[in-house]
Design a protein around this ligand. Structure first.
Ligand code: AGP
Length: 609
């Protein structure tokens, strides 16, 4: 939700800011803007719509060496140039960009309005530069006025703010949404996450909640809310900057789908035993404490929630520990009973999803041991949870999550195997078969990616459909949900995932000869039951698009079209079956001329509740 960038140094700020916003555009893209300090005043450049609109207005040769920028995902006020950030104070001397929500903005607006401050936008953010100006009118210097203004705002924010008469400093603050500071040689960089900084530096400081900081070309001074100067660690972030380029692919989503065999190898790297020894999965939780776990609670949102639903199958089967999976946004308000020996797992690719962070915080307060499954080093969840299991998928830029999902499944399998080892609930022979399956999985995924031509044909034939249904049973039900979510997100077609066995209890009424039904039929324990449910759907005219294991002829007579997937270990079929569903959503979206990487109304990282 909204991306913030900032630069202070000896290079041209305009192009650095623009480049930074390009890397952050996945966070929001309905309008954008930058402010540059130039001879004691601001050059303010803003545009509604995609960043490309802003880019045409920016002079890359602009000589300013300090500035801030923003790409917006609207919360207060429609997407327009007036509502685009940065926002300016009444006297034109202070600018600010903001990610988050000031919950008391109505009170602030009316208070400031009654004092004569005029608002030019509908945003909550505009209060902030006015608040800083108000404090400066009382005689406070910029820095102190900024910190006083912070005391007046309630809600969540990441903020960057500048004064036109002080080209030597940028002030930033964080309470909720992330803010990362990159340390260069005589230059400093600011961004909502580490990705845009990696081109310039790998030395990154992540602000903590309640921190604010003063940044100059050669120094970052960080303060707590009570003005005490504090230290925050400098992280050495190891992503390869190339991993945030499209390198030959048309879209990030396409690149990320094709990266999955490698991403999964990275998740598995050094985490599989060579023989019968224990799973070498290093976690910051002792084996003793894990042995005592009696219950697992998973909280997550969207795609990560779907991973959690599949994780439940792995964890319960391998470790015999009961598992519940909650939408993080629902968990917080359900007054859950959390006893001792509960392991709470927050699954979040970004590590910044506000709902997941809040749910995990609540679980921690209730006494659960907390573990994050996360892809982003240095993200908020890694600091909140007692331990983090990194997925090592590499940066995921496409708004529709793909490799983050499949690597989350691998992390959950590894965790379930480790708990199975510790609890001695999984026979060694079965465990070793699965480990062998995991070793073969990247090759099976490679083979599955070769089905793209067949999937493309499905996409061509069915991209005009109004609705889609995805059916599966057991772990294939969450895969059906995830397939439907992918399609909804990027093609705007209504799609539902449903447990195949539940159709007869109502939704079967929806089936007619116009409805494509994507049928997930791996060779697993549910195979024959699912096949019968698909017969029922076909008998009512449903157009079956079958995904089956190589050599399985079960759907031959009833399917409109069939694709055969490589045979893999039954527990790993969800990963193999997910690939054609991702490709199907991708190609349907292309045929419908949708913006695959930046679908309407969405943002990659949802940092508001
Ligand atoms: C998936 O394609 C989504 N864009 C979305 O559902 C996402 O998975 C969800 O917002 C959770 O994000 P997180 O994993 O970063 O917490």
């Amino acid at each position: 939700m909204c991306g913030i960038v900032g630069y202070i140094g000896h290079n041209r700020a305009s192009s650095i800011l623009l480049e930074g916003l390009q890397s952050l555009e996945y966070r929001g893209y309905d309008s954008a803007g930058i402010a540059l300090i130039h001879n004691g005043h601001f050059d303010l450049i803003r545009a509604s719509g995609k960043l490309a609109n802003l880019a045409t207005k920016i002079d890359p040769q602009h000589s300013a060496q300090v500035g801030i920028g923003h790409t917006r995902w609207a919360t207060h006020g429609r997407p327009s140039e007036e509502n685009a950030h940065p926002h300016v104070s009444q006297n034109g001397k202070i600018v600010a960009v903001h990610n988050g929500i000031f919950e008391n903005f109505l009170d602030l607006r009316s208070q400031l309005g009654s004092e004569g401050f005029l608002f030019k936008s509908e945003t909550d953010t505009e209060c902030f530069p006015h608040l800083v100006e108000r404090s400066m009118r009382k005689g406070l210097p910029f820095r102190e006025a900024f910190s006083e203004a912070l005391k007046s705002v309630e809600g969540i924010y990441a903020l960057a703010c500048m004064h036109a008469d002080d080209a030597g400093h940028i002030l930033v603050a964080r309470s909720g949404p992330p803010l990362a500071l990159g340390i260069g040689q005589g230059e400093m960089f600011i961004a909502s996450d580490a990705v845009p900084l990696l081109k310039h530096t790998q030395r990154i400081i992540f602000l903590e909640d309640g921190d604010w900081a003063e940044i100059s070309t050669d120094r970052i001074s960080i303060y707590s809310s009570d003005h005490k100067e504090i230290e925050r660690p400098v992280h050495d972030i190891t992503y390869n900057p190339q991993s945030v380029e499209k390198i030959g692919f048309d879209h990030y989503m396409q690149k990320e789908i094709f990266e999955q065999p490698q991403a999964i190898s990275n998740t598995l790297y050094n985490r599989l035993p060579l023989g019968d020894e224990a799973i070498p999965l290093a976690l910051n939780l002792s084996d003793d404490s894990l042995k005592k776990v009696e219950r697992i609670l998973i909280v997550a949102c969207g795609t990560s929630w779907h991973a959690g639903l599949i994780g439940k199958f792995y964890l319960e089967t391998f470790s015999r520990i009961p598992v519940e999976v909650d939408y993080a946004s629902e968990f917080r308000y359900r007054d859950a009973v959390v006893g001792p020996y509960t392991l709470a797992i927050g699954i979040t690719q970004s590590g910044e999803t506000a709902d997941t962070l809040a749910a995990l915080k609540e679980l921690k307060r209730l006494g659960a041991t907390t573990l994050a499954i996360c892809n982003m080093q240095g993200s908020s969840v890694t600091r909140l949870a007692e331990a983090t299991l990194f997925t090592h998928a590499g940066p995921e830029i496409g708004v529709a999550s793909t490799k983050a999902f499949t690597t989350q499944l691998i992390a959950l399998i590894l965790l379930a195997l480790k708990l199975g080892d510790l609890k001695q609930t999984l026979p060694l022979s079965k465990r070793n078969e699965l480990i062998q399956g995991l070793r073969e999985l990247p090759a099976h995924l490679e083979q599955t990616l070769h089905l793209e031509t067949g999937v493309k044909k499905w996409a061509f034939d069915w991209h005009g459909s109004r609705d889609f249904l995805y059916l599966g049973r057991g772990p294939m039900y969450p895969i059906a949900l995830e397939g439907a979510l992918k399609l909804k997100e990027i093609s705007y077609i209504h799609a539902e995932g449903y447990p195949a066995g539940e159709m007869k209890h109502g939704p079967i009424a929806l089936i007619d000869s116009q409805l494509p039904i994507v049928a997930l039929l791996p060779q697993d324990a549910h195979h024959d039951k699912t096949a019968s449910n698909l017969q029922e759907a076909a008998a009512r005219g449903g157009q079956i698009l079958g995904l089956v294991t190589k050599g399985d002829a079960t759907l031959q007579l009833i399917a409109k079209d069939l694709l055969e997937l490589p045979k893999t270990h039954p527990w790993l079929a969800p990963l193999v079956f997910m690939i054609p569903l991702q490709l199907l959503a991708y190609h349907i979206a292309l045929y419908r001329k949708c913006d695959v990487d930046q679908p309407r109304n969405l943002a990659k990282s949802v940092t508001v509740e």
